[in-house]
Design a protein. Structure first.
Lengths: 114, 115
């Protein structure tokens, strides 16, 4: 049971380059999320998707785009990377039925923009 | 807007002793959920314990327990009989639930368990 799988685990980009972070879950969850983790700031929500075909902005969406390709996959795209986007990125998923269910996290992607 | 505050950036405890990590939050929601997540050096986010706001009884999971004070909006984590494997970053988190379980995290407390 893989849970939530993120690729890649590490990436170095030059300023201005673009890339897509991939996330897939095999738990048939409705909701998926992208967070970034920065020192001293905890995890902050970038974008989320409550169901296939829908996406919404979180706390820090600027500079990012997302795609909910199907129920399993939720990708995060940096169109023109900036040093301020150096961070650890986490994808998560949960089965939301109107009350709380546990969120499951991927292993994270450490992204460095130089 | 909801906020979560962890005022202890770093803490240290001797092996086998007890340590308490603090968390306060602010919300106008009447029902919500609170969590403690552990992040070891592997980076994996591990759910340690959760508390539903409408439950008055404090949650416990083996050596981990919480002191949930709803009126004071306080949610502290107590780790008993600390072990070297408890060394990690600990995050307090909040969600109001509903259509999505968007989590709001505190800034974290780095706990070091000393041998």
């Amino acid at each position: 049971n893989a849970g939530v799988t993120q690729t890649p685990k590490f990436q170095v980009l030059k300023t201005g380059q673009s890339m897509t972070l991939q996330c897939a879950q095999d738990m048939n969850h409705n909701s998926m999320y992208w967070y970034r983790q920065d020192p001293g700031m905890g995890l902050r929500l970038i974008y989320y998707s409550a169901s296939e075909g829908t996406t919404d902005k979180g706390e820090v969406p600027n500079g990012y785009n997302v795609s909910r390709l199907n129920k399993r996959e939720f990708s995060l795209r940096l169109e023109s990377a900036a040093p301020s986007q150096t961070s650890v990125y986490f994808c998560a998923s949960s089965e939301d039925t109107g009350r709380y269910t546990e969120a499951f996290f991927g292993q994270g992607t450490r992204l460095t923009v130089v | 807007a909801q906020t979560v505050t962890q005022s202890q950036p770093e803490m240290s405890v001797q092996e086998a002793e007890t340590v308490t990590l603090s968390c306060t939050y602010d919300t106008s929601e009447s029902n919500y959920y609170l969590f403690w997540y552990k992040q070891p050096p592997s980076r994996q986010m591990i759910l340690v314990i959760r508390q539903e706001a409408y439950k008055q009884q404090n949650a416990t999971e083996n050596r981990f327990s919480v002191n949930f004070q709803k009126a004071a909006k306080s949610f502290s984590l107590k780790i008993s009989d600390s072990q070297l494997g408890d060394t990690a970053m600990y995050f307090c988190a909040f969600t109001a639930g509903g259509a999505t379980n968007k989590l709001i995290f505190g800034t974290g407390t780095l706990l070091a368990v000393q041998p």
